[in-house]
Design a protein around this ligand. Sequence first.
Ligand code: UDP
Ligand code: MG
Length: 328
Amino acid sequence: MDTNRPKVSAPRILQALSCIIPVYNEAENLERFIPALMAECQKHSQQIELIVVDDGSRDQTVPILEALQEHFPINLLVFSRNFGKEAALTAGLAHVSNQASATLIIDADFQHPLNCITEFVTQWQAGYDMVYGVREHRQDRPLFLRLFSHLFYRLIDRITPIKIPHDAGDFRLLDAKVVVALNQLPERERFMKGLYAWVGFKTKAITYQPEERRHGQSSWGFGKLFELAITGIASFSSAPLRMWSVIGAIISSLSLLYAFGIVFDTLINGVDLPGYATITVAITFLGGIQLLSIGILGEYIARIFTEVKQRPPYIIARTLLSKNSEQI
Ligand code: UDP
Ligand code: MG
């Protein structure tokens, strides 16, 4: 039996829908994306708010959004610089109106198909608190990036108690109570995919085929992905720290056995000077292992450092609220 299944008899009503759209250099997409999104949302709710978070764009994104505010219920948050998508989503979530029955998170590059929204809303109405999109094939990324992300999910599955769904991104519809729960999490290093899984609730996956990016380039290279992967592991698991106790115990036991072996050998065969190769290998091997373990320890310390500094995850330079009277 599916224990995740909601026990709701009457369908929920989508009184008001909020959308969070993180944007970074999306000038070429927005003029078509915002009207298309709005048209789709209007099929499901009368009251809509679009929270667009400009993540330090260097192109015409902000002027275009200001012009779009004349026609659409856009609340625009302009960051003082590029803080990254996770920070943009955090800001968006913090600014969702408390009137909103549900909140949609969607990219501005048309990669998240707008026609999935109907299915998201249907499942939400059926009682699921978080409906998320799962990418069917990720052809838009190079093979090694896909391999890397596959390995990452396999690893995080094994070493953390929470289940982070594979290939699920930020494209999701959240019930109001999920938004409240996410806003309660105080951490500054935010690995959103992990946080969505951590808060729990009744969830439902919907598969979708990601579309081609209409304009511009994906801003996720290997470096950024690797950083995000390390943050994901370090914020949800202490297994990499504990691993060293096990490795240490194994190496100590082996060296003890070796020591006994040498003592017996000396007693039976007399004193013998072993070759320097054994010593060199032992020193370099243990030196390598120690540096690796210090490196991993460093990753955690760096994250503790970020948390204790208590800097906000983003700075909003300007807030341009919607002039639209139909706004929630
Ligand atoms: N984005 C952002 N800040 C960034 C990078 C991206 O707000 O530093 C936005 C971007 O404008 C888009 C969404 O996050 O709406 C997804 O970004 P992108 O398409 O580059 O990522 P991918 O689709 O490759 O995951
Ligand atoms: Mg994209």
